[in-house]
Design a protein around this ligand. Structure first.
Ligand SMILES: [Zn+2]
Length: 221
């Protein structure tokens, strides 16, 4: 029998989730009898096992000394030791000083805080380098928002925001520039029609190769 956590909710049907760590959650309407929930889980046991297998095989970021960390397409090694909190790149290392260096969660928090600042700087730089042509066309520069998104690399809102995924910082700068250019082209074409692609071809002739870089598996922190 599969272990699972039962969450009673206002929903009208049963829902099954396999979390990243392999745990199983079932959401069920208040009135559903427990034996129905159990039968439901039992009937999906093969699917659950397959999902757990898939989750176990995903590359997962580790945060101990010597673990690999991919930054802007380059693989660095974490150099973790005890000290006042500080994170910096030096040679092939991402050096992390934290007070409790044996706690992977502390290392993770320190690196993620650092990463957000790095992302802002790198993303602003990419927009800066690519915006001139759009400025000349009379567009005003969208305001950057750095986000952690599960399913999108970026988006452009009608209210003047360009949203970029923090995870782009793991990919080569060429890939980041592609996403930024893609979103900037949405200033002119809101859809992905022929006009949009013609503009992409004109502004960034090699955008397809750059886009392919985003298909590589990435180490999600
Ligand atoms: Zn788009």
């Amino acid at each position: 029998m599969t272990d699972y956590e039962l969450i009673r909710s206002k929903r009208r049907s049963l829902e099954l989730r396999v979390l990243e760590d392999g745990r199983v959650q079932v959401r069920a309407p208040q009135q559903t009898p427990l034996r129905m929930v159990q039968a439901f889980v039992a009937s999906r046991s093969q699917w659950i096992a397959a999902q757990q297998e898939r989750q176990a095989q995903r590359p997962r970021q580790r945060w101990h000394d010597g673990a690999a960390f991919v930054l802007r397409g380059k693989t660095l090694s974490l150099d973790v030791s005890e000290g006042a909190t500080r994170v910096f790149v030096s040679g092939g290392y991402l050096t992390v000083r934290v007070s409790d260096s044996d706690q992977e969660s502390s290392v993770k928090t320190a690196v993620q805080n650092w990463l957000r600042k790095q992302a802002r700087a790198a993303f602003e730089d990419s927009i800066e380098r690519q915006f001139d042509w759009f400025a000349a066309e009379g567009f005003s520069r969208p305001v950057l928002r750095v986000k952690s998104m599960r399913t999108r690399w970026g988006s452009l809102s009608a209210r003047g925001y360009i949203n970029l995924n923090l995870a782009l910082l793991h990919y080569p700068p060429k890939a980041l520039d592609y996403v930024v250019m893609h979103e900037l082209c949405h200033l002119i074409h809101m859809n992905h029609g022929p006009g949009f692609h013609a503009l992409m071809d004109a502004r960034m002739p090699d955008w397809r190769q750059r886009k392919n870089l985003l298909d590589q598996p990435c180490y999600q922190p």
